[in-house]
Design a protein around this ligand. Structure first.
Ligand code: FAD
Ligand code: DHB
Length: 391
């Protein structure tokens, strides 16, 4: 078997890349080790930047997102028992975010790619990459009882943080940076009406909480937790007691409660592998970098990477250019480090760190007070949150 670009991973990065290449007449095959049902049911991110929304629409896969997604023009920062609105729309000259679940994006991308004649191999086993430093790298995998070899011009490693592509780059060649946070997020889905028209990022002495949404009937909420905790330790009553306490305001606001229909714990880390190219292998998305979820950047950054990579591959196939491929890591890393900084900053400002002393707490409140009273500082938050323009 042969294709031009072999893509490992059918997450947002891999599927978007496959669409972007198809639009330029470049062939690709996407290979994932999970089933289609599993991929389409995994609950993850929910906030799409304006640029991600525009790109999905350009690619002709934005119809359901426009119908079912919710456009939000602001967010609330809540601390010391009071809410403060950040007017994203007004501060950025008319940009907004769209709340539309990642697995819905995945469903739309998979359906459109298959309808367009694309090949996505689900349930592949023992995926491995070979000959990366040659002109014809090979992806090997087992599928349907047989062993397969896919010869490609290039391999796109879009296989997430725990994938095999980054690990295929010799350790001695990899330049990596990492920070692990001493807390995680406990996420729930609840069957209840929305508690708020816009997302609420709440700082409380005891920890961080976030109120988000999925639909008029299903809500997504998170609170800071011990990353080693287990969901089984948390009854619905205990979960709602935390939300009530951490989200309380002086004027008696309370979340709309309902049955908890899904619970999960997400660990939090910042990570960048600057070696995003090794021979004919290119890393994109979580395979190359991780951000803590506080800035809602993970999915959007994956999309931004493959936008740059698709342009570089187009330059190669259309005009024989190598310069854009050579520049891919440097170009992508400018946005990646900006998003790393923004996500770290939001995380630091809003969470309770173990051992937080009153001095630290006062500094966080001073920062929150400044962000919500200075137009300059609020604009910094707003333009990063809705997504900086593409280069
Ligand atoms: P992924 O979505 O991870 O896709 C990688 C794909 O590669 C997967 O489908 C996987 O099955 C496949 N794969 C892995 N290994 C192999 C292999 N060996 N062979 C073949 N295929 C392989 N971001 C936010 O902004 N907000 C959130 O609330 C949030 N929650 C998250 C919760 C979890 C549990 C996780 C893991 C991430 C979360 N993120 C969140 C981050 C966001 O979802 C990711 O940044 C985004 O999914 C990155 O897309 P990706 O395509 O790079 O990688
Ligand atoms: C959601 C996730 C985030 O990480 C975030 O910052 C905002 C919203 C969500 O899942 O809805």
């Amino acid at each position: 078997m042969r294709t031009q670009v072999g893509i490992i991973g059918a997450g947002p990065a891999g599927l978007m890349l496959s669409h972007l290449l198809h639009r330029q007449g470049i062939e690709s095959v996407v290979i994932d080790n999970r089933s289609r049902a599993d991929i389409e049911a995994t609950i993850r991110a929910g906030v799409l930047e304006q640029g991600t929304v525009d790109l999905l629409s350009d690619l002709g896969v934005g119809e359901r997102m426009r119908r079912e997604g919710a456009v939000h023009h602001g967010i609330e920062l809540r601390f010391a028992g009071r809410g403060h609105r950040i007017d994203l729309y007004g501060l950025t000259g008319g940009k907004a975010i769209t709340v539309y679940a990642q697995h819905e994006v995945i469903k739309d991308l998979v359906a459109a790619r298959l309808a367009g004649g694309g090949t996505i191999v689900f349930d592949a086993q023992d995926v491995s990459v070979h000959e990366l430093d040659r002109t014809a790298p090979v992806i090997r995998y087992r599928h349907g009882g047989g062993a397969w070899g896919l010869e490609c011009d290039f391999v796109a490693g879009c296989d997430g943080f725990h994938g095999i592509c980054r690990a295929a780059i010799p350790q001695s060649e990899r330049k990596e940076f990492s920070r692990v946070y001493p807390f995680g997020w406990f996420g729930i889905l609840t069957r209840a009406p929305p508690s708020s028209r816009e997302l609420i990022y709440a700082h409380h002495q005891r920890g961080f909480a976030l109120v988000s949404t999925r639909s008029p009937d299903i809500q997504r909420l998170y609170f800071q937790c011990d990353p080693h905790d287990e969901v089984g330790n948390w009854s619905d009553e205990r979960i709602w007691a935390e939300f009530r306490a951490w989200l309380a305001t002086h004027d008696g606001w309370a979340p709309r409660e309902g049955p908890v229909i899904q619970k999960n714990i997400v660990a939090m880390r910042s990570f960048v592998c600057e070696t995003m190219r090794y021979g004919r292998l290119f890393l994109a998305g979580d395979a190359a970098h991780i951000v803590p979820p506080t800035g809602a950047k993970g999915l959007n950054l994956a999309v931004a990477d493959v936008r740059v990579l698709a342009q570089a591959l187009t330059g190669f196939y259309a005009d024989g250019r190598h310069d854009l491929l050579d520049a891919y890591p440097e170009t992508a890393l400018r946005r990646i480090w900006r998003a790393e900084h923004f996500s770290w900053w939001m995380t630091s400002m809003l969470h309770r760190f173990p051992g937080n002393d009153p001095f630290q707490e006062r500094l966080q409140l001073a920062e929150l007070g400044y962000v919500t009273s200075s137009r300059a500082k609020a604009t910094t938050l707003a333009e990063n949150y809705v997504g900086l323009p593409f280069e």
